[in-house]
Design a protein around this ligand. Structure first.
Ligand SMILES: Cc1cc2nc3c(=O)[nH]c(=O)nc-3n(C[C@H](O)[C@H](O)[C@H](O)COP(=O)(O)OP(=O)(O)OC[C@H]3O[C@@H](n4cnc5c(N)ncnc54)[C@H](O)[C@@H]3O)c2cc1C
Length: 409
């Protein structure tokens, strides 16, 4: 199929879908592109939603990946407010929520992930919020301000970022976490302790080992979070940030291979050669770790958009990238490269008390991942070391008098 007459349909107008549409044009794809999105606005960045946007430091225009005109100017048929509800692979047809159908030559599934709901009593009360979309962020922002009390269920990155934003707006914030430490699924204990201390210094309260069993309300609005130990934590609103699940239902129903997300190869191709899956919804290979998993990060969305657009336009697959992500809380910039799979040693470089340090996770003398706080060289060089799979001198790595350039040399 020549790229001039093929029709590419992209389902999901988020970071990955919007980027794939733009890259297809950048790579010279001349055929029709239809970009279908459930949300009312063109593709936008989600990271500011828990950070600058909540604090009123970003507006809708600064969130957008491209201005609305870009899509018409580039002959991309952007269709907002529409959901793909069915995929018939034998006929290459997608059915949309308004009953319309689209016939594709190539289909890109970029449907992202959705916030997991808590199946507990009172979960339908008003004032129970999640944070995934611009509309969610708007609703959350409206609940924050001096004297307001926000309960945050889940001590992960999004919950902690929301807590920091809430405090900077003068609201009270209490984080309720089931595990006995923050960030338990994604970070080591040193980092958990560090973040807890910084948040406490800013007035955030923590209830660790706290299992939420329900919500209390008055006149249909939440007034408190009920814990398994019998206590109720009073609040004016509660943000549920307990993780996300992939929007892979239409792929599953259509018989595509799925694991924890839609299974793809290094070209982002699914088990059906004319269908690609990219971004948060994809369960993808990561050769440096010799395993497959699903990632929720902007760099991953961008990399996979590149993979799919390259495959469709006949370009060679882009070189593999070392995964990375970031989180901003107060004056702390956390940059994370890699994943600590199979790590057998944790090495600290710098002193957490200074607010500037890095934690390296090693497997033997290979760096698996690095968590760098306000330490860009550690992040950048650490990322290089992870990608290169080159043994590192641990004594030098732990010694802050040796530059990261020298460590990585
Ligand atoms: C609050 C927040 C903060 C974040 N902060 C960071 C950060 O600091 N750093 C970082 O790297 N990452 C961060 N992330 C993660 C990052 O935003 C995601 O990894 C990225 O948006 C994934 O892009 P995506 O296109 O796969 O999914 P999304 O951007 O979620 O887009 C998917 C789109 O598909 C639509 N959709 C779903 N199903 C259908 C359907 N059937 N039909 C039509 N449309 C559909 C959805 O409505 C959505 O608009 C953050 C995420 C959130 C929510």
């Amino acid at each position: 199929m020549s790229s001039s007459d093929a029709h590419v349909v992209i389902i999901g107008a988020g970071h990955a879908g919007g980027t794939a549409a733009a890259l297809l044009r950048q790579y010279g794809f001349a055929g029709p592109i239809t970009l279908v999105g459930e949300e009312p606005i063109p593709p936008y960045q989600r990271p500011p939603l828990s950070k600058a946007w909540l604090k009123g430091e970003a507006d809708a225009d600064s969130l957008a990946l491209k201005p609305l005109e870009f899509y018409a100017e580039n002959n991309i048929d952007f269709r907002p407010n529409l959901k793909a509800v069915k995929l018939a692979r034998s006929d290459k047809i997608v059915t949309l929520s308004d009953g319309a159908t689209l016939t594709y030559d190539f289909l890109i599934l970029a449907t992202g992930a959705r916030a997991i709901k808590l199946p507990v009593e009172g979960a339908d009360l008003k004032g129970l919020l999640e944070l995934r979309t611009a509309a969610d962020a708007e609703a959350l922002k409206a609940t924050l301000g001096p004297g307001k009390r926000l309960a945050i269920v889940g001590g992960g990155y999004i919950g902690l970022e929301a807590a920091a934003s809430a405090r900077s707006l003068g609201a009270e914030a209490v984080v309720l976490e089931r595990e006995t430490r923050l960030l338990a699924r994604v970070a080591c204990e040193t980092l958990s302790t560090f973040f807890q201390g910084r948040h406490e210094a800013h007035g955030v309260r923590f209830e660790l080992g706290a299992s939420v069993v329900g919500f209390e309300g008055r006149d249909g609005h939440v007034t408190g979070v009920k814990l398994a130990d019998g206590r109720t934590i009073a609040c004016d609103a509660a943000l549920i940030g307990v993780g996300a699940a992939p929007n892979d239902e239409i792929a599953k129903d259509a018989g595509l291979d799925c694991a924890r997300g839609i299974v793809v190869d290094l070209e982002a191709r699914t088990s059906d050669p004319s269908i690609f899956a990219i971004g948060d919804v994809a369960h993808r290979p990561m050769p440096i770790y010799d395993r497959m998993f699903r990632m929720e990060s902007v760099p991953n969305a961008l990399e996979q958009a590149k993979q799919a657009a390259s495959a469709i336009t006949g370009r060679p697959a882009p070189a593999g990238e070392t995964p990375w992500q970031w989180s901003d809380q107060y004056d702390l910039k956390l940059q994370i490269a890699g994943y600590a799979f199979d790590a057998d040693e944790i090495l600290l470089r710098g002193d957490p008390a200074t607010g500037k340090f890095a934690i390296f996770h090693l497997k033997g003398d290979l760096v698996q991942s690095v968590e760098a706080i306000n330490s860009p060289p550690e992040f950048m060089m650490g990322r290089q070391l992870i990608g290169a799979r080159r043994p590192v001198n641990k004594a030098k790595l732990a010694d802050t008098t040796v530059s990261m350039k020298e460590v990585a040399a």
